[in-house]
Design a binder for this molecule. Structure first.
Ligand SMILES: O=C(O)CNC(=O)[C@H](CS)NC(=O)CCC(=O)C(=O)O
Length: 270
C-alpha cells in the first residue's frame, strides 16, 4: 500500500439520469485534476427520484450507470466506486448495488445493500426502501489492492450496523466506504458521529461520498461528504454544496494509529 489521494464526491442527484451522469463526470474530473487516484460516488449518484420512477427506469439506469463507471475509470485511469444504483431483479424489485472498478474499467467487487431504510422520519417523510429494493443476502466484500490497501464496501443505512464493519475489519479492511444519501433530518445529528465511530472502533479510514440538498419534492439530504482518518479525525468535509472532499490515505498513519490504539487486536468476541 502506498500514500495517495482519495476523493469523496458530493452531488445533488435528480430524477434525471442524463443530467446526473454529466454532473458526476464534472466532479470526477475535478477530483482527478486535484490528483485523486481513488474516487467514490454517493448512493443514487445516477438517479434520485420517486421509488416508482426508479423501478420504471431501472433497466436504463443500471445499463447506463455501469457503462458510465467503466468509461470514467478507463478515461481517467482511476479506481472508481459507484456508491449505489438500482440493478433490476424482476419487474418490481431492484438490488441497491455498489460497484468498484479498477483503472482499466474492470469490475473488482460489487455489493448489494443488505439493510434497507424502512423508517418514518420525524420530519414527516416515510421511507420504505424495501417496497422496491430486494435486500442483498451476502456480507459485503473486501477488495485487496496492492497499491490502495484493503477496501471494504457498504451503503448508507448500513452505517448504523457496526457488526457489518467489524466483519470488514476482520477481513482485513483498511478503508471503509460509506456512500450515502442520508436524510437532512437524521444526518444533522447522526451522520458525522456514526462515521467517526466506524473509523475509531475499526481503526480504519472512512470514505463517505454523499448526496446534498433538495432532489425533488420533500427529499432533502444532509451532505457533508467526508474522509475520516483511523483516529477519527475529519480530514476533509464537502460542506453542503456539490463538490469533492479530498484527503491523503497514508499507510504510515494507519500503522501509527493501530500501534497507539491496538483495540482490533484486543477483540474478544468478533
Ligand atoms: O432520500 C432518498 O430518496 C434517497 N435515499 C436512499 O435511497 C437511501 C434508501 S431510502 N437512504 C438511506 O439509506 C438513508 C439512511 C438515513 O438517512 C439514516 O440512516 O438516517
Amino acid at each position: 500500500m502506498k500514500s495517495y489521494l482519495a476523493a469523496a464526491v458530493q452531488m445533488t442527484s435528480l430524477p434525471d439520469l442524463e443530467k446526473n451522469l454529466v454532473e458526476a463526470e464534472t466532479l470526477i474530473e475535478l477530483a482527478v485534476r486535484q490528483g485523486a487516484e481513488l474516487i467514490t460516488l454517493p448512493e443514487n449518484f445516477s438517479f434520485l427520484g420517486k421509488e416508482e420512477d426508479k423501478v420504471a427506469q431501472a433497466d436504463a439506469i443500471a445499463l447506463q450507470s455501469e457503462k458510465f463507471l467503466k468509461t470514467m475509470a478507463q478515461r481517467f485511469q482511476i479506481t472508481l466506486l459507484g456508491g449505489g444504483f438500482p440493478v433490476p431483479v424482476d419487474n418490481t424489485k431492484v438490488y441497491n448495488t455498489a460497484l468498484l472498478l479498477d483503472p482499466n474499467g474492470v469490475e473488482l467487487v460489487r455489493y448489494q445493500k443488505v439493510h434497507l431504510f424502512d423508517v418514518n422520519v420525524p420530519d414527516g417523510n416515510t421511507y420504505q426502501e424495501s417496497s422496491t429494493v430486494m435486500p442483498g443476502d451476502q456480507l459485503p466484500p473486501v477488495c485487496h489492492s496492492e497499491t490502495l490497501g484493503n477496501l471494504g464496501l457498504s451503503v448508507c443505512y448500513d452505517v448504523r450496523f457496526p457488526e457489518l464493519y467489524r466483519h470488514l475489519a476482520y477481513k482485513g479492511a483498511d478503508i471503509l466506504f460509506v456512500p450515502a444519501a442520508f436524510t437532512a433530518y437524521t444526518g444533522k445529528d447522526h451522520w458525522q458521529v456514526l462515521l467517526q465511530a466506524r473509523a475509531i472502533e475499526n481503526t480504519c479510514y472512512v470514505i463517505a461520498p454523499a448526496q446534498t440538498g433538495r432532489h425533488y419534492a420533500m427529499r432533502k439530504t444532509h451532505g457533508h461528504a467526508m474522509i475520516v482518518d483511523p483516529w477519527g479525525v475529519i480530514l476533509a468535509d464537502a460542506g453542503d454544496q456539490p463538490g469533492v472532499a479530498i484527503a491523503e490515505i497514508n499507510p504510515t498513519r494507519l500503522e501509527q494509529v493501530r500501534r497507539q490504539m491496538p483495540s482490533l487486536e484486543h477483540r474478544v468476541f468478533i
